[in-house]
Design a protein. Structure first.
Length: 499
């Protein structure tokens, strides 16, 4: 992260329907929007039956990102947040696409889970609205997923992401723009089935006001206002009139609705079906549409990272509390990690920055959470929880990196676990793991006694560790552990030289 806060920040949302970018100047920590870009890419339409993203859609997306990249490529590292959502979560060949996309933008792209997407959407909506004590239901329809969140103020309480969106529903039920009453009923039933397990959680008696946040919901609200079917956002009566109009048409080109963007026409019926099903299932009578959405939430989350309120650190502490970790032991390990990194900063073949320290601190805090499941193989249990949990603030790549370090912090150590990590972590993660392994090993006795003044140097694959005279003789258990560790590291291509 930049030491001095940047003057300008940006957020990019690679959605399944549209790509959005927002650029903000910072005035004493408060963002002021100075530029917005949006292009309808319809990424979800490029997925085939095997969830492979076709080449023409990739090329369309990359052409858009080249244009976005011209605006933000020169921004300093840490001043831009770019996330991919449902389609990039789903596409089996997303990895190859992301390499080209990152080159086009000049910044890393993080894939986020549906639950993390919901959290960020709520953050963006809360920022765009005046703060009040009301319990809010926030709904956001994307191209491939729809998020539902209940929260109050800036705090989301319940979050769900359902695998249905305006592009995927339109493609499934209104092929080539064809409309019919039967098709609309089938689309509505599909959406109701998706919502059914969460109906009680999100129904109208659990919140005070309903807020919509997406292009689909904004389009519906504009149409209802322009036709005079509603003068207060989206209403149930207005929706029924809109649905009756849709069911009289045989093709989207016949809709002829005022204020409906022609670009949105092909995915409009799918969005209407999801909204109609939602109102029906949850007993919603009226919904206000907010300006804030995922990208505004990304800006707020980025500001938290810049000004030392990183949501990920709060999440790590919450998980550590939940699994009742030994915090004094973790603190001793972190102290030794920082001591090692300080010594390595001037003489190692990999770059040490705040990101490295941050991930190692989180790994130290969470490496033992798996003990709550079983002591045997606890490092594997810990890694599984980290990789598969809904961890607020973390992207999928963040979680895989953290899980890989934790999975490898003891016993067998294989370099192959790091091969698929995004750069630069595919290079530096094995070294970070070595640092954690040595810090954990040196604190195996779990007592308060300070470690001796040891020296460490890592040059390529050679690790030199030196202790004061006779200390290893007086510490036979540590000596034995280091002999065993040298064998584990040797299997991973490292040579541990200690004395």
């Amino acid at each position: 992260m930049p030491i001095k806060p940047p003057e300008i920040v940006a957020a990019v949302d690679l959605g399944s329907n549209s790509f959005h970018m927002i650029v903000c100047s910072l005035n004493e920590g408060t963002p002021q929007t100075i530029d917005r870009l949006r292009e309808m890419v319809r990424l979800a339409s490029g997925l085939d039956a095997d969830n492979i993203l076709d080449e023409s859609t990739q090329n369309r997306a990359l052409a858009c990102l080249e244009r976005f990249g011209q605006r933000i490529r020169h921004f300093p590292l840490g001043s831009v947040r770019i996330v991919g959502t449902n389609t990039l979560r789903t596409a089996k060949n997303a990895g190859q696409f992301l390499i080209k996309a990152e080159q086009a933008l000049g910044h890393p792209i993080h894939i986020i889970s549906g639950i993390e997407e919901a959290r960020l959407i709520y953050l963006g909506v809360a920022y765009s609205l005046s703060s009040n004590a009301n319990m809010r239901l926030v709904m956001d329809i994307g191209g491939g997923s729809t998020e539902y969140i209940i929260g109050t103020g800036e705090t989301p309480k319940d979050k769900e992401s359902l695998n249905m969106g305006c592009v995927s529903v339109s493609n499934a039920f209104f092929k080539e723009g064809r409309l019919s009453k039967n098709a609309f009923n089938q689309a509505t039933l599909f959406a109701e089935q998706k919502l059914e397990p969460f109906q009680r959680k999100f129904e109208h008696n659990n919140w005070d006001e309903a807020i919509g946040a997406s292009g689909s919901l904004r389009s519906i609200a504009k149409v209802l206002q322009a036709t005079g079917w509603s003068n207060n956002g989206i209403t149930w009566q207005g929706l029924e009139k809109l649905v009756a109009h849709l069911n009289q048409c045989t093709h989207v080109n016949e809709l002829n609705l005022p204020e409906l963007d022609p670009e949105r026409l092909p995915v409009f019926p799918g969005g209407v079906a999801i909204v109609y099903a939602t109102f029906k299932s949850l007993g919603i009578q009226q919904m206000t549409v907010a300006d804030g959405a995922l990208r505004e939430g990304l800006i707020q989350d980025l500001l938290g990272r810049i000004y030392n309120h990183d949501m990920r650190s709060a999440t790590v502490q919450s998980v550590a509390d939940r699994y009742r970790t030994d915090k004094k032991h973790a603190a001793r390990i972190k102290q030794t990690i920082h001591l090692i990194l300080k010594q390595l900063s001037d003489n190692c073949s990999w770059s040490i920055d705040e990101n490295c320290e941050q991930f190692l601190d989180w790994a130290a805090d969470l490496h033992e959470i798996g003990i709550d499941i079983a002591h045997s193989q606890y490092h594997k249990h810990s890694a599984y929880i980290i990789e598969n949990g809904d961890l607020a603030g973390f992207s999928t790549q963040d979680q895989i990196l953290l899980a890989s370090i934790i999975r490898s912090h003891r016993r067998k150590f294989s370099q192959t676990i790091f091969n698929d990590l995004p750069a630069p972590f595919n290079i530096c993660a094995p070294y970070l793991t070595v640092v954690l392994r040595l810090a954990v090993l040196l604190h195996r006795n779990r007592n308060e006694q300070a470690l001796p003044d040891f020296k460490i140097v890592i040059i390529k694959s050679r690790i030199y560790l030196r202790f004061p005279n006779a200390w290893l003789t007086r510490s036979p258990l540590t000596h034995a552990d280091l002999i065993l560790e040298a064998d584990y590291l040797k299997a991973a291509g490292f040579k541990l030289d200690f004395a």
